[in-house]
Design a protein around this ligand. Structure first.
Ligand code: ZN
Length: 269
């Protein structure tokens, strides 16, 4: 008899994984923002990817006339087998790609007694559905950041104190543009809502499949109405894709490379 996959966990998994997500959740910081996050992706598994961030897609539903979305560049080493190295965003539309590190994380809501954090719950976001009813969604998503002012701090923590997925970090952003600084405060010793976290982890897709979706044909088909020259230029200038041979190994060992720099005291953070 066939070994069918069944049960409520499987239903949840399928519900979350079927088809291409229209919206990939992100956790990000504006100047002055403070978010407490628990990283799901261990430091050694954090991939470096070539991304098109905040691509403007025409939309009648938005007052600005467009919505924004993130895409995995089809020149990313992981995509080259499928794309042959062609990327409509780079080559036709003219959107700048940037190399970023991506980790999956859950946002936590600290329970405070004065300044002291005594516990956490998973942060919820109240969303109004189209039928007018409201629902609370647990906050999880991709943290997309560079090495120098963000992930090098986590690499340093991982090296000195241990696994970054075992301790929540309160992360504060100060400033904007080139003067942006992130401050990391590990909340060690405060108990985590283990059951609530596990339940969420069982229902969310893994990082690899999220990234695959971001580079898929289905996802790229949403770019049909995007005109060449319609995108603002703000990516990393002169950030040419590396050749696939070196890039494949650099994707695997990218985080170790940061770590080595941190150890050597090269990276300032
Ligand atoms: Zn591209």
């Amino acid at each position: 008899m066939a070994n069918f996959r069944k049960g409520t966990e499987e239903i949840k998994r399928t519900a979350n994984n079927s088809g291409v997500r229209k919206f990939t959740p992100n956790i990000f910081w504006l100047a002055g923002d403070v978010h407490t996050v628990l990283f799901v992706t261990p430091a050694g598994d954090i991939p470096k990817v070539r991304l098109h961030q905040a691509v403007r897609i025409p939309s009648d539903k938005s007052e600005r006339g467009y919505k924004t979305d993130n895409f995995l560049c089809r020149k990313d080493p992981s995509m080259v087998d499928i794309s042959g190295g062609d990327c409509v965003l780079c080559d036709h539309i003219g959107h700048d790609a940037a190399e970023r590190f991506v980790a999956l994380a859950i946002e936590l809501e600290p329970i405070k007694s004065g300044k002291e954090v005594t516990g956490f719950t998973v942060k919820k976001n109240r969303v109004k559905r189209e039928d007018g009813t409201e629902a609370d969604y647990p906050q999880w998503g991709m943290v997309i950041q560079g090495a120098k002012n963000f992930f090098s701090s986590l690499a340093a923590y991982d090296e000195a104190k241990g696994d970054i997925t075992k301790v929540p970090f309160e992360i504060q952003r100060e400033g904007e543009g080139v003067s942006t600084k992130y401050h990391f405060f590990p909340e060690k010793g405060t108990p985590l809502p283990e059951e609530e976290i596990q339940e969420l982890l069982d229902s969310i897709p893994d990082l690899e499949s999220l990234l695959e979706d971001m580079g898929s044909d289905e996802k790229y088909s949403t770019l049909e109405d995007v005109e060449p020259g319609s995108q603002p230029s703000f990516g990393d200038k002169g950030n040419k894709p590396t050749t696939s041979a070196t890039a494949t190994s650099s994707r695997d060992s990218a985080f170790n490379a940061i770590r080595q720099k941190v150890e050597a005291g090269v990276e300032s953070y």
